[in-house]
Write a protein that binds this ligand. Structure first.
Ligand SMILES: Cc1cc2nc3c(=O)[nH]c(=O)nc-3n(C[C@H](O)[C@H](O)[C@H](O)COP(=O)(O)OP(=O)(O)OC[C@H]3O[C@@H](n4cnc5c(N)ncnc54)[C@H](O)[C@@H]3O)c2cc1C
Length: 320
C-alpha cells in the first residue's frame, strides 16, 4: 500500500500549485482530477479573455508569457498544461473522487481505485454545478448553463439571463453574430465586476437598443418557443425565444464537502477553514482555491488564491 503525504483533489490552477509546492517541500503527493488538466478552463467559453494580466495567473513563479495584455483560454491551457507536462506533475486524470474518509490516515475512494494519504487538500473549484433558476422549462434542451461560442446562435432569438462577465460576453458575442438578444437581469444594473473595457460596450449597446435589457426582472417560465418573465413594474412578458443562455453562476459541490465532514456556515454555506493554515474542522483536511468561498463564488479567484498552496504546505511540512 502506498501512503502519500498528501492527496490533492482537483487539478485546476490551484491544485497544480499545491502539487508544485508539495514537491518543493519534499512531500510525496498525487493529484486526482476528474477531467483533463485544468478542466474548468478547458470548459470556459472558447474566446474568453481573463480579467487578470498573465503575471497574476502565474503559479510557482513560472513565467506566463502572453502576447496580449490579458490572456485568453488557449493561452491559459498552454500555460498550465505545459507546466504539468514539463514539471512531470503526478496527476491521475478522468478519475473522480467520490469519498474521503478520515481513519488513522485518509482513505480516498475514486471511480477507479482507493488511495491512502496522511493529508488531503480539496481544490475542486465551483464550475461543475450550475446555479439553477428553478423555473418550469429550465430542463428544456434549448436552455444552456454553459456558453461556448456564438456561432450556433446566428439569426436566433436569444435570452441571456444574468449581468456578470459570462452573461455580458455571451450577449455581445451572439449579438455580433446576428442573434436577436434580450437580457433578463435580476439586478438594477450591469454588474460592477464586469471587465472595465467591456462594460461601456454592453451599456452602449443597451442604450442604443441593439440589445434589449430588462432590469429588476425575473424569469417565470420557459416554453419550447417562448420565455415568460416579469419586469420591474411586475408586467408579465412572453416573447419568442429559440435559446436561453442562463449565465446564473455555478456552485461548489456542497454535498461532497459535507460528506467529507466539513462544516458549512451561514447563508453562503461557507466551508469552515482556519485562515492561517487553510485546514478545515477535519484535522489534516485542507481547502484551497475558489471552493473556499461557498456560494460567494466572487470572493476567490486564481489571483488571490494562489497563495493557499504555500500556506498549506507550510502547515503540512511542520506536521509530517
Ligand atoms: C469565465 C471565467 C473567467 C475567469 N477569469 C478569471 C481571471 O481573469 N482571473 C482570475 O484570477 N480568476 C478568474 N476566474 C476564476 C478562476 O479562473 C477559476 O475559478 C479557477 O479555475 C479557480 O481555480 P481552482 O483550481 O480553485 O478551481 P478549478 O479551476 O475549478 O479546478 C477544480 C478542478 O477540480 C476538478 N474536480 C472537481 N470535483 C472533483 C472530484 N470530485 N474529483 C476529482 N476532480 C474534481 C474539476 O474538474 C476541476 O478541474 C474566472 C472564472 C470563470 C468561470
Amino acid at each position: 500500500m502506498i501512503l502519500y503525504d498528501v492527496i490533492i483533489i482537483g487539478g485546476g490552477p490551484i491544485g497544480l500549485n499545491c502539487a508544485l509546492e508539495a514537491e518543493k517541500a519534499g512531500l510525496s503527493y498525487l493529484v486526482i482530477e476528474k477531467g483533463t488538466i485544468v478542466n474548468s478552463l478547458y470548459n470556459y467559453p472558447l474566446y474568453m479573455t481573463f480579467f487578470s494580466t498573465a503575471d497574476k495567473l502565474e503559479i510557482a513563479d513560472i513565467p506566463f508569457i502572453s502576447t496580449a495584455p490579458k490572456p485568453g483560454r488557449r493561452d491559459a491551457l498552454e500555460y498550465y498544461q505545459g507546466i504539468s507536462r514539463q514539471r512531470n506533475i503526478n496527476i491521475n486524470l478522468y478519475e473522480e473522487v467520490l469519498k474521503v474518509t478520515k481513519q488513522e490516515n485518509f482513505l480516498v475512494e475514486t471511480t477507479k481505485d482507493k488511495y491512502h494519504a496522511k493529508k488531503v487538500i480539496i481544490s475542486t473549484g465551483f464550475y461543475d454545478i450550475p446555479n439553477v433558476m428553478n423555473v418550469k422549462g429550465e430542463d428544456l434542451p434549448k436552455v444552456k448553463h454553459y456558453y461556448s461560442e456564438p456561432y450556433p446562435y446566428a439569426n436566433q432569438k436569444i435570452a441571456v439571463i444574468g449581468s456578470s462577465n459570462s452573461a455580458v460576453d455571451a450577449a455581445l458575442e451572439t449579438y455580433r453574430k446576428g442573434a436577436e438578444v434580450t437580457m433578463i437581469i435580476r439586478h438594477s444594473e450591469i454588474s460592477k465586476s464586469v471587465k472595465y473595457w467591456v462594460k461601456p460596450d454592453i451599456e452602449n449597446r443597451i442604450k442604443e437598443g441593439s440589445i434589449s435589457a430588462y432590469f429588476n426582472a425575473e424569469v417565470l417560465e420557459i416554453t419550447p418557443n417562448t420565455i415568460i418573465f416579469k419586469d420591474e413594474n411586475q408586467t408579465v412578458h412572453e416573447i419568442q425565444n429559440d435559446f436561453v443562455l442562463a449565465m446564473t453562476g455555478y456552485l461548489p459541490n456542497f454535498e461532497f464537502l459535507k460528506a467529507c465532514g466539513i462544516k458549512l456556515q451561514g447563508e453562503c454555506l461557507n466551508p469552515y477553514y482556519n485562515e492561517d493554515t487553510m485546514e478545515t474542522n477535519v484535522s489534516g483536511l485542507y481547502l484551497a482555491g475558489v471552493v473556499c468561498g461557498g456560494k460567494d463564488t466572487h470572493l476567490w479567484f486564481i489571483e488571490n488564491s494562489r497563495i493557499h498552496a504555500e500556506i498549506i504546505m507550510k502547515d503540512i511540512s511542520t506536521r509530517i
